[in-house]
Design a binder for this molecule. Structure first.
Ligand SMILES: Cc1cc2nc3c(=O)[nH]c(=O)nc-3n(C[C@H](O)[C@H](O)[C@H](O)COP(=O)(O)OP(=O)(O)OC[C@H]3O[C@@H](n4cnc5c(N)ncnc54)[C@H](O)[C@@H]3O)c2cc1C
Length: 571
């Protein structure tokens, strides 16, 4: 089969905030850029973000305080040079997107309104009601379009062209008709978002299957700090659909079945506005000790009734709708039932401060970049603070786009691709379409999600993690015996879901192996058998590599420290 080869300066995979921000910068500079996305850009998960985007804007806030909160929130694992860059550029980033048309909610004096979020010393999250992500995404997508960025919607990227430390394109197929195409470019950027779909209860869209990470890992590239998965304290009971931290930021209170405002025990100063890892563990602890609410006692109450209907409708209308639709509970009239939900990936594709992908802790690739949630730069370390991720995606998306332009101007050599380089993807498709096994994607995925949540969730032990390692081994074997029913070429979601499951099985192994090896508790990674942070042995980043048999090996890299010395984290 002759494979079409499309050439361009830059190919970007992903059209969320990070991908769109980079694409706009690149196109504006006069370079050609193609954005490939398996979804329509406005369905990218950035559009689901509700609560806000951080910047030290107000008179009583400052950049250094934002930096300190971020580093402390990260349990001192964040790289402080990257944190400094992001926080110092945050005010400019907000002005940039505002001047392009993002309609933020306002204070009475006309300035951008800001709400408190967990672990922050000041109200710092700029917001557009509880539709912040959608407002930002619509703005940046519109502006990227205005510059003439070429969006190839509903194209699934399955492989990168990468040899000897250099990337020169990607291999993709059209979801409409399975038509394969090679995109051959001087520079390749991944902005493929997060991967919390590997867990049973999660707040993520169906598309958040971490494809980018596994695609890289299959080329022997490392993934960094994968053991750090954020469990958000407030997902709707049962479904895990997110009730943004904005609800607690506006004054929401948490109660157990005894009517106790239990955060008094766990974080007496910050209460419900402690960072997410602290609040999530507190909720799970209440549930484990029998003080949960709801039919199966697996939830706690989030009470917003004292805010009154007017404030809820002004600040949290979307959240109210979500709770009514999916839970049948109206937060204006009664407390709603919430529970922890897998939410965000602190780890990911290791990059330097300018978005260059690393092939080892101190070695960069050429022509390969990543930004947004799929990347680990690392500004969140072991635990991300709420409203820092939209900032990361917007700021680093733009910044990496600018760096790509700079690198192109210095000269990145174009390496031509051959049609045969699509073979890995074609073989993967052929295998899934024709394999005559007995295993179903949905069943394997369910088992993966159930067991990851159970054994590699908020609380972890050596025993639970080793059990999960064995389960993953078995699931990977069973995956080889897969069979799909739909053999057509038109929007074959059976095929897509099977490919995505392959990715989920791959990166889940990275999460588990990193968690087994990290014999300490730090941020979102809580080991019941090692409940303390151990800076002497583990103040370092995990770099994990997968071999062809799927075995993972680990090495460690330095954390970039700076003005904030590690100290005990109390709230
Ligand atoms: C419910 C929810 C609420 C949130 N609220 C907040 C908040 O209030 N504040 C905050 O700071 N953060 C929030 N976050 C986190 C934040 O929204 C995300 O981390 C951020 O938007 C990620 O942006 P991104 O550009 O990296 O990826 P995304 O917006 O997820 O985009 C990923 C893109 O990659 C594409 N893609 C993926 N795989 C492939 C493939 N194989 N081929 C082609 N395309 C592919 C997708 O089509 C998509 O366009 C929230 C997250 C969730 C889940």
């Amino acid at each position: 089969m002759e494979i079409p080869i499309v050439t361009t300066d830059v190919v970007i995979v992903g059209s969320g905030l990070a991908g769109c921000a980079a694409a706009r910068e690149i196109k504006k500079s006069g370079k050609d850029v193609i954005v490939l996305t398996k979804l329509h850009p406005l369905r990218s998960h950035s559009g689901a973000a509700q609560g806000g985007v951080n910047a030290a804007l107000s008179d009583d806030d400052d950049v250094e305080l934002h930096m300190f909160d971020t580093v402390k929130g990260s349990d001192y694992l964040a790289d402080q040079d990257a944190v400094e860059l992001m926080c110092s550029k945050a005010p400019e980033t907000i002005r940039w997107i505002e001047h392009m048309g993002a309609a933020f909610s306002r204070r009475e004096d006309g300035r951008i309104a800001q709400r408190p979020f967990g672990g922050q010393s000041k109200p710092r999250a700029c917001f557009a009601k509880d539709r912040t992500g959608l407002t930002l995404l619509q703005t940046i997508y519109e502006q990227a379009h205005r510059e003439g960025v070429a969006f190839w919607d509903e194209w699934y990227v399955a492989d990168i062209l990468y040899k000897n430390g250099k990337a020169y394109g990607v291999v993709a197929f059209n979801l409409r008709d399975l038509k394969p195409t090679i995109f051959n470019a001087k520079a390749v950027m991944f902005a493929t978002g997060g991967y919390a779909r590997a867990f049973k209860i999660n707040s993520n869209a169906h598309a958040n299957t971490g494809d980018g990470l596994s695609i890289f890992a299959r080329h022997g590239l490392p993934l960094e700090d994968m053991e750090f998965v954020q469990f958000h304290p407030s997902g709707l009971a049962g479904s895990g659909i997110l009730i943004s931290e904005a609800a607690r930021g506006e004054g929401g209170r948490l109660y157990n079945s005894l009517g106790e405002r239990f955060m008094e025990k766990y974080a007496p100063e910050k209460m419900e506005l402690a960072p997410r890892d602290v609040v999530a563990r507190a909720i799970m602890n209440e549930i484990r000790e029998g003080r949960g609410v709801g039919p199966d006692k697996m939830a706690v109450y989030l009470d917003l009734t004292h805010l009154g209907e007017a404030k809820i409708m002004e600040r949290l209308p979307e959240l109210r709708d979500l709770a009514i639709t999916f839970l049948g509970q109206d937060m204006v009239k009664e407390p709603i039932m919430i529970t922890v939900t897998a939410h965000y990936s602190m780890g990911g594709i290791p990059v330097d401060i300018n978005g260059h992908v690393k092939q080892a802790p101190n070695k960069l690739t050429e022509g390969l970049y990543a930004a947004g949630e799929c990347a680990c730069v690392s500004v969140h370390g072991a635990n991300r603070l709420g409203a820092n991720s939209l900032l990361e995606a917007l700021f680093f998306g733009r910044h990496v786009g600018q760096n790509i332009v700079e690198d192109l101007e210095k000269g990145i050599e174009f390496q031509p691709a051959a049609g045969s380089e699509a073979n890995t993807m074609l073989e993967e498709i052929e295998f899934i379409m024709t394999n005559n096994g007995t295993e179903k994607t949905a069943k394997l995925r369910q088992e993966l999600q159930d067991t990851m949540f159970e054994n590699c969730g908020v609380f972890r032990t050596e025993e639970s993690l080793k059990k999960q390692k064995e389960i993953l081994k078995e699931l990977r074997n069973r995956f080889r015996n897969i069979r799909i029913d739909d053999k057509s070429k038109t929007f074959n979601t059976d095929l897509q879901e099977a490919i995505e499951l392959g990715h989920m099985l791959d990166y889940a192994s990275f999460i588990v192996e990193g968690a087994i090896a990290r014999k300490e508790s730090r941020g979102a990674h809580y080991r019941e058998d090692y409940p303390n942070r151990d800076d002497e042995n583990f103040l370092k980043h995990t770099y994990a590599y997968m071999d062809e048999e799927g075995n993972i090996s680990l090495e460690y890299g330095d954390v970039v420290l700076g003005k904030f010395e590690p100290q005990e984290r109390k709230y």
